[in-house]
Design a protein around this ligand. Structure first.
Ligand SMILES: [Fe+2]
Ligand SMILES: [Fe+2]
Length: 290
């Protein structure tokens, strides 16, 4: 069956957003480098948002890596609990407003939790990053904080995307209902396993509990499996290394009505490195034919 996003000619007044789930280490970055330009072309994407909290060897993001992701076609980077894992991020986030940290860190923490992006054609898209509190660090209330961020963006754009970085499915589902009709999309991150509940809620908000990760899928949520198994079997501390095999790019496509901010379509994507290479060859062939 042909999906909404297979139509190469987007309807007028529609914005197409691509969100990429947690980019993990070099395998994740390689998928972006190799596949993102052809994905943008294939799906006529207007704006790319990617969670970069695990981009640097599974923990945090450096300036070099962040700049490289932006250079590959990522427009805005969101993050989560690993945001401060690399020491240089404190300086980087102060200078690079396209890198977000969860908005519900206490006031005065470096960086911002939202950003007003512009597509190539100059159309505005608001991006907000918040983090859950169930089984996670006890930050400020994300449910109240997110409303303040929406309020601040509302006068400038109808299209608002929220990355809710959280552990508990219940907290994520609750956030979906909390923001239904208030934003274009609420997409979960952090668990690194893509959920199958993509839907448009009755108020017009696209929702997915977790976008999954962009990285190696033959480990345990991105980490080499032997060490993790050892930890479960023996309870001893282990050294965690990023896994390498079966790299997949996971994320979600969202079509937004620019005038109302309502979502028109949502579609999960999960693409292997081999499929991305095929897509890249196809778009190269199309380009030569034109
Ligand atoms: Fe993550
Ligand atoms: Fe996380």
């Amino acid at each position: 069956m042909e999906g909404y996003f297979d139509a190469t000619d987007p309807e007028a007044g529609t914005l197409r957003l691509l969100f990429i789930g947690d980019i993990v280490g070099r395998p994740g970055r390689d998928l972006i480098k190799k596949g993102l330009p052809s994905l943008i072309e294939r799906y006529d994407v207007d704006l790319v948002i990617a969670n970069a909290e695990n981009a640097a060897a599974g923990r945090g993001v450096t300036r070099e890596i962040g700049d490289a992701l932006l250079g590959c076609g990522v427009d805005v980077m969101t993050s989560g609990n690993h945001i401060w894992a690399q020491r240089e991020t404190v300086d980087y986030i102060g200078a690079e407003s396209r890198l977000l940290r969860p908005a519900n860190f206490p006031a005065g923490v470096p960086g911002n939790g939202s950003y007003l992006a512009r597509t190539e054609a100059g159309r505005p898209v608001g991006v907000i990053n918040v983090m859950g509190r169930v089984f996670m660090q006890d930050l400020d209330d994300p449910f109240r904080r997110v409303l303040e961020e929406i309020e601040a963006l509302r006068g400038r754009t109808r299209v608002i995307f929220v990355d809710f970085h959280a552990e508990a499915t219940s907290e994520k589902v609750a956030m979906g209902w909390h923001l239904d009709g208030k934003v274009t999309a609420v997409i979960g991150t952090h668990t690194h396993v893509q959920s199958a509940d993509d839907q448009i809620l009755p108020g017009g908000t696209a929702y997915l509990t977790d976008a999954g990760m962009t990285g190696p899928h033959d480990g345990v949520i991105g980490v080499e499996k032997a060490a993790i198994l050892d930890r479960f079997l023996r309870g001893m501390p282990v050294r965690m290394e990023t896994a390498s095999g079966n790299p997949r790019l996971n994320g979600v496509l969202i079509a937004a009505d620019e005038a109302t901010g309502r979502a028109k379509a949502i579609q999960r994507i999960s693409i292997s490195a081999v499929e991305l290479e095929r897509l890249d060859r196809q778009s190269a062939a199309t380009r030569t034919r034109q």
